[in-house]
Ligand binder design. Structure first.
Ligand SMILES: *Cc1c(COP(=O)(O)O)cnc(C)c1O
Length: 398
């Protein structure tokens, strides 16, 4: 063959005797067939076979199988982000006239999705108190198709009684989906607690290095898994094998990373609880936290994310104090090796742990030396405490 043809057709080399501990990254749009007949019959390969790159490669299938196994589910679908996983599962099962219930502590872009997109499709949503437990029953009418749970909830970290909510929802004929991103499958297994679907933002602890975006939906039964996968094929939604490979690598170290950041985060949360600048520490492992009893029952350990509610008097000085950070970075997303701080303001929420429009500092613990992290926080909180003792004159607004 001529050079140009040889450039396109790779030489084959033996694979015999080669074995690696890592999963190969298979990149493909085209899948080739060994005959015209098998190409003509490619649709018979179904959802589990290989027929087109968009529908999966051995790399993405390995990640799907890994998450399915960790959650004890029937199957897993991968989507380009955690948010896409949530909107994907909702769009694939909700129809005009249906209603979805979401907790007030939900990841804020999910509420925006319900308000700005589901509503105009004729799909209603109602916001419920994350701590209601079986008290969700009066909200469940014949239209309610899905009850969404996120536990612990974003920023305020209320822990939901998933078994009680799932029992009431199933009684009323509704499905239950749970966003398990805070915990990962190593700390909580929502399918065993009654959920029909569990979503992970793999972007966080599975990725573990703040450099990829990926989401998963694991279904408890085959029919639900097949339904979502068929929907994804039709919508043309697939994921990159490179991202899957990074997530598979991340999952290998997720256990030791989580054990470490969980321990350090709880230690720092306890220490910060003594600061006079702190109104409240929002960490589910602390005894007074909303849902703590449920947390002790349903979760194996703590992860590395918690929030600090600041005293209203010090809130105006938070941004200024963060200029003194040396170790923590300021940013959203979390679960990586770098520790992050995110100043967050939450409006008053019905039934949630928050009391009023309040300033929070969300803290994600990473893998730096805990002494350096504590030095940073100590600097900030001492500065905030000084504002309590001798408030700056020009900012004391009547
Ligand atoms: C980050 C996050 C998401 C969204 O994940 P992305 O991959 O960033 O889209 C969803 N739910 C929770 C609880 C999250 O923290």
């Amino acid at each position: 063959m001529h050079d140009l043809t040889q450039c396109v057709h790779h030489p084959s080399v033996p694979h015999d005797g080669f074995a690696s501990l890592s999963v190969a990254t298979y990149r493909a749009s085209t899948i080739v067939f060994d005959s015209a007949e098998s190409y003509a019959e490619r649709h018979q390969r179904g959802l589990t076979g290989y027929s087109y790159g968009l529908y999966g490669t051995p790399t993405s299938r390995t990640l799907e199988a890994q998450i399915t196994r960790l959650h004890g589910g029937a199957g897993t679908a991968l989507l380009p982000s955690g948010q896409a996983a949530i909107t994907g599962i909702m769009l694939s099962i909700l129809r005009p006239g249906d209603r979805v219930l979401i907790p007030s502590s939900v990841y804020p872009p999910v509420l925006a999705f319900c308000q700005n997109y589901l509503a105009e499709l004729g799909i209603e949503h109602s916001v419920y108190d994350p701590l209601c437990g079986s008290g969700i029953e009066p909200l469940l009418d014949a239209k309610t198709k899905l009850v969404w749970v996120e536990s612990p909830g974003s920023t305020s970290l209320e822990v939901q009684d998933l078994p009680a909510i799932a029992a009431a929802a199933h009684q009323a004929g509704a499905l239950v989906g749970c966003d398990n991103t805070w915990a990962s499958p190593l700390i909580c297994k929502p399918l065993a607690l009654g959920a029909d679907f569990v979503v992970e933002a793999l972007t966080k602890y599975a990725g573990g290095h703040s450099d990829l975006l990926l989401g998963s939906v694991t279904a408890a039964d085959d029919a639900s898994d097949t339904n979502l996968k068929a929907w994804l094929r039709t919508m043309g939604i697939g994921v990159s094998p490179d991202d899957c490979s990074l997530a598979l690598r991340g999952i290998e170290t997720m256990g030791v990373r989580l054990a470490h950041v969980g321990r350090i985060a709880l230690d720092i949360a306890r220490k910060l609880s003594h600061s006079p600048a702190v109104q409240r520490i929002l960490h589910p492992a602390l005894p007074h936290h909303p849902g703590h009893t449920v947390f002790m029952r349903d979760f194996k350990a703590s992860s590395g994310l918690f929030s600090v509610e600041l005293k209203p008097q010090v809130s105006p000085f938070l941004h200024q104090s963060l200029k003194r950070l040396r170790c923590f970075a300021i940013g959203a997303s979390w679960g990586g090796t770098h520790s992050l701080l995110a100043p967050i303001t939450l409006a008053a929420r019905n039934g949630a742990a928050t009391s009023s429009s309040q300033s929070y500092l969300r803290i994600s613990i990473g893998l730096e030396d805990p002494d350096d992290l504590w030095d940073d926080l100590n600097t900030i909180f001492h500065q905030l405490e000084r504002e309590l003792q001798e408030p700056s004159v020009n900012t004391t607004i009547a």
